[in-house]
Ligand binder design. Structure first.
Ligand code: E4P
Length: 214
């Protein structure tokens, strides 16, 4: 399973990358707004740090506008995957961009049929938002399971990025279902590495080492 990091924060990206945990990066307008720099400068910086797909989102709501924004973003670096919202216009844009060889990440996916349509339009990635479904008391991981099954049934090349990840169980269950990628916030990534028995074991080894003959 590939791990993307779901942040536009350069320090977080650098630290996660130094752990070997960054196969790609996803950003969105909310994550960009939390940082100091300008959108394009932040994206350029991320591209210099990480050698993998970097998602940058368009703002336009009409197909022509999305395509124009996407071409500009794709010009920044070969690794840019343009995030396109899952709408009718979004599908039209994805179809055009796919024919031009521009990578796309269809975002704000909340149903398996939306994911099927995104794949048919030629999306490189599709992003089901599990946490936001959980927030509505609908199990977001069921959506991931459905998309994995549909994509396997028809051998689509579109890769599934499990997005809106809120806790380690989202990552574990997605990995067991065979989702291609989880895009993980930095705080959740750190939780994946942690276990109280590891901490306890380290402490007891350190205590015993003090008593050992050296
Ligand atoms: C990533 O591609 C998504 O934009 C992100 O995971 C959304 O997460 P949120 O639901 O926590 O805002």
């Amino acid at each position: 399973m590939k791990f993307f990091i779901d942040t536009a924060n350069i320090d977080e990206i650098k630290e996660a990358n130094s752990m070997g945990m960054v196969d790609g990066v996803t950003t969105n307008p909310t994550l960009i707004a939390k940082e100091d720099g300008k959108f394009e400068d932040i994206i350029k910086q991320i591209c210099e740090i990480v050698d993998g797909p970097i998602s940058a989102e368009v703002i336009s709501l009409v197909a022509d506008g999305m395509v124009a924004e996407a071409r500009k973003l794709a010009g920044i670096h070969k690794n840019i995957a343009v995030k396109i919202p899952m709408t009718i216009d979004g599908l039209k844009a994805v179809r055009t961009l796919s024919s031009e060889g521009i990578k796309t990440n269809v975002t704000l996916v909340f149903s398996p049929l939306q994911a099927l349509m995104a794949a048919k339009a030629g999306a490189t990635f599709v992003s089901p938002f599990v946490g936001r479904l959980d927030d509505l008391s609908q199990d977001g991981l069921i959506l991931v399971e459905q998309i994995v099954e549909i994509y396997n049934n028809y051998a689509f090349d579109t890769e599934i990025i499990v997005a809106s990840v809120r806790n380690p169980l989202h990552v574990l269950e997605s990995a067991m279902m065979g989702a291609d990628i989880a895009t993980i916030p930095f705080n959740v990534l750190k939780k994946l590495a942690a276990h109280p028995m590891t901490d306890k074991g380290i402490q007891s080894f350190l205590d015993d080492w003090k008593k050992a003959k050296k």
